[in-house]
Design a protein. Sequence first.
Length: 139
Amino acid sequence: MRRERELPVLREKELVAAGVDVGPLRQITVVLGRAGGGKWHVPAKASGWRSHCRYAEHLTGSPLALLDVRERLCRHCAPVVCVEPGEEALWRAAAEVVAADGRVRRLEEQEAGPRSWEGYGCWSGRRLRWPAGGRQRTR
């Protein structure tokens, strides 16, 4: 199973803070099931070693809003969650907006302090350092 196909975790609080409308994201549903009160699983048709998750066998699922259950999905089942291509694009776009909002907030916090020579020294000390042999030579 390919991990890069796994949908990222989105939290409603972060979406609202980034100004994303959660209404369309709430309409994305997936069929999931669970035995007891544990993690959610994508019901499996295959049995034994052919299944994506041993706990997913013989489960019957019901449609649930992905936004509510994505964080509590089994790690084996998360990569096999299947949504429509348009819904997946919307989900990934919302994740990018939340990530960009986090980067902007961190930059705003860094720039909030007063500018000084000491601050410049700290900034330049964190920059990319050259190898022990000195500067790289170019031909």
